[in-house]
Design a protein around this ligand. Sequence first.
Ligand SMILES: Cc1cc2nc3c(=O)[nH]c(=O)nc-3n(C[C@H](O)[C@H](O)[C@H](O)COP(=O)(O)OP(=O)(O)OC[C@H]3O[C@@H](n4cnc5c(N)ncnc54)[C@H](O)[C@@H]3O)c2cc1C
Length: 283
Amino acid sequence: MIFQGELIKNHTTIKIGGYVKYFSQPKTLDELIYIVKLARDKDLKIIPISNGSDIIFADYDLDIVVIKLDKLKGIEVYDDLVEIMVGEGLPRVAIYLEDLGLSGFEYLYGIPGKIGGAISKNAGAYGMEIKDLLLKAYIVSWDGELIELGKDKLNLRYRDSDVLKYGVLYKALFKLRKDSPESIKLRRESLSERRKLTQPYGVFTAGCMFKNPNGYSAGRLIESVGLKGYKIGDVVISNKHANFFINLGDGKFDDVMKLMDMAKERVYENYGILLEEEVVIVR
Ligand SMILES: Cc1cc2nc3c(=O)[nH]c(=O)nc-3n(C[C@H](O)[C@H](O)[C@H](O)COP(=O)(O)OP(=O)(O)OC[C@H]3O[C@@H](n4cnc5c(N)ncnc54)[C@H](O)[C@@H]3O)c2cc1C
């Protein structure tokens, strides 16, 4: 099913964004292939999203097709190999595999993304990235064909990959490490505590706005140029972690862009370091 005119802010964690021309949430592979082919035939740009926790859309109308993959769910376990559909959320995957004594996803437990977005952005935390677990991915190519690609082809790197050169992720195969559910749980809980102490939660945000430049923390750089707590309109730079920008309720896309420009300019003037966006911006 394809909807015309969807308010995309409702599908992102920062709750900013205007109407997109077409919107679809496929429940099967056939539906996904159908939509991809339809968009290709109409020459429309496709933006896949999974949980919308690392993406900000402009708040004017956008002539694009957004395919949200949160309905494609399922986890199949074959000993230490696990096949996961892209619509599964990282927290649920972590708990499910923890109970089976399979380690790896406990590091990603606190990330509010789904498997699709996590692979596309090579999500990671506490010294671990999803690429450390991934073996291969199944992708619906921009031509509407299901293709299978080994992890090397996807060029997963720091908060980025080549996934979108190929198409839309459908499912992926991971290799995990066997461990006792108790030890996995302990690790998950202790990492979760650390996260709560250092990051804002329960707020409208898209996570880290900028990548950490080599050897530096983007948050500390932004804090050191006096921008912690700085606010434009209804968007504020978090007092807890300056790389998180928070929409207080009525935040506008332009406010976020102005704050990002300001952070980039001040950090560049003071340190000669050019911050690079981590969050995906669609305009
Ligand atoms: C509070 C908070 C904390 C966070 N902490 C972390 C952290 O510790 N580490 C970290 O790495 N990230 C973190 N993030 C960022 C974000 O959660 C991760 O990048 C996450 O993996 C994105 O997943 P998603 O499903 O929300 O992706 P989306 O935001 O939906 O999409 C992100 C990108 O992936 C693409 N994409 C999505 N689905 C597919 C698909 N099926 N096929 C192809 N491309 C696709 C999109 O087009 C977009 O380019 C945090 C975010 C928040 C809000």
